[in-house]
Design a protein around this ligand. Structure first.
Ligand code: PAF
Length: 275
């Protein structure tokens, strides 16, 4: 922590623009895109790698989360990162936090509803990182659509003086959204994983055609459940700003389609926005 503070302070005092890319490691092209975007716009780029225990509500998910520090360090060095912050749990949490975040309706849906405490953990660690690094800009991926909404709210409510930069989801050639958890998919599971994006694309088409949200949702859930390896957790047709489920469409308001599904013991999420 002290090292991160000192580096960030030195960077600020030298009048340099500092970008922060928070990650949990097991880096892929999506993360490297964030680092590249930060490197293009900032003089210094700090990446953090910390598998944050407080945002996991499933002990196995935390235990099995991929950890590849050497590989990640090499990737970051080649991607334009100037400083790496890779703390241990005691460094970030010298004592259990008592502060609790409540983002209201924004977190009562989707990930927040299905992973109790998840966004409290995310907001806690992201706030700590923002306080320590005091970046001019922070970089997040759109794959975690609800996380971006939560972080935007956090920045507004706590008056963090920084720019939030959101980069588009990077996909494999077959459409699967890049995710650190993809590494845990068996070959059989990996072969059917692109179904999530296919289902989202069909749903997006239906939204554009004005098919009612409930029907879009039911058909998408059925299409996922038709593949025996999948156990869908939710499909939501929601307002892209409030994240609340839609009963109908309103002209000029973007729609977000979000999916969470279990595939061979791995939980995957994805989304597409229909403008
Ligand atoms: O998106 C992630 O990898 C994590 O939620 C984050 C933002 C690094 C906080 O631990």
């Amino acid at each position: 922590m002290a090292q991160l503070r000192a580096f960030a302070e030195g960077s600020r005092q030298a009048g340099r623009r500092l970008g922060l890319v928070p990650t949990m490691g097991a880096l892929h092209a999506g993360h490297l895109q964030l680092v590249a975007a930060a490197a293009a716009a900032c003089d210094d780029v700090v990446a953090s790698i910390f598998v944050n225990p407080t945002q996991f509500n499933n002990a196995d998910d935390l235990r099995l989360y991929p950890r590849l520090p050497e590989q990640d360090t090499a990737l970051l060095a080649g991607a334009g990162c100037t400083a790496l912050f890779m703390p241990g749990v005691e460094e970030v949490y010298p004592q259990p936090t008592v502060l609790r975040f409540d983002f209201g309706p924004l977190e009562r849906v989707m990930e927040g509803a299905h992973r109790p405490g998840h966004f409290n953990g995310v907001a806690t660690v992201v706030s700590k990182l923002f306080h320590m690094a005091r970046p001019h800009a922070a970089y997040f991926g759109q794959k975690d659509f609800q996380q971006v909404a939560i972080v935007r709210q956090l920045i507004a409510d706590l008056s963090f003086d920084l720019e939030l930069v959101v980069a588009p989801t990077i996909r494999e050639a077959d459409g699967l959204a890049m995710s650190s958890r993809n590494r845990r998919l068996s070959p059989e599971a990996r072969a059917v994983a692109p179904l999530i994006y296919q289902v989202l694309q069909t749903a997006a088409q239906q939204v554009r055609q004005g098919v009612p949200p409930a029907q879009v949702q039911a058909q998408a859930l059925a299409a996922l459940a038709a593949e025996p390896q999948f156990t869908p957790e939710y499909v939501e047709v929601a307002d892209a700003q409030t994240l609340q489920p839609l009963a109908g469409y309103e002209a000029g308001r973007a729609v977000v389609l979000c999916v969470a599904a279990h595939l061979g013991g791995v939980r995957l999420i994805d989304n597409v926005v229909v403008e």
